[in-house]
Design a protein around this ligand. Structure first.
Ligand code: ZN
Length: 135
């Protein structure tokens, strides 16, 4: 029987059973090897404010949040992309790994990622601005 993917869309090999995990976006129960895990830098301080505070010498905390998504949500959120038959045969992990390393090490890249995540929570940023101006 022809296979669409060599690893059947999972990375468990011939392991047998494995634990199920919940998708952080939709709550779907998916096998752990099929789920997509993404580690994203997250900071409660918005990117513009964090840059100004770091110029003044303040230490802005950065947290790394690991999210687990099902395949549907990973494609919807743009983490994975639907690939053509020829592209599916190539190894995707080799091309993806350096991109993740750059986002972790380079401060400019992580800041731009923070600004994208911070736009969703404006209420907490106002509280942070008030507390930071006092100090
Ligand atoms: Zn999902």
């Amino acid at each position: 029987m022809p296979k669409k993917r060599k690893n059947r869309g999972r990375h468990k090999g011939d392991k047998g059973k494995e634990p199920m995990v919940y998708c952080d976006n939709c709550g779907k129960l998916v096998p752990r090897s099929k789920a997509v895990r993404v580690t994203v830098p997250y900071s409660p301080v918005p990117g513009d404010l964090a840059r100004e505070l770091e110029k003044q010498g303040a230490i802005v905390p950065r947290y790394y949040v690991t999210k687990t998504y099902c395949i549907n949500c990973a494609i919807y959120l743009g983490i994975l992309k639907v690939r053509s038959e020829d592209e599916r045969k190539k190894k995707a992990a080799l091309s993806r790994a350096p991109i993740r390393r750059e986002s972790v090490t380079a401060p400019s890249a992580s800041k731009s990622a923070q600004t994208q995540t911070q736009t969703s929570a404006p209420s907490t940023t106002q509280g942070m601005q008030g507390s930071t101006t006092k100090s």
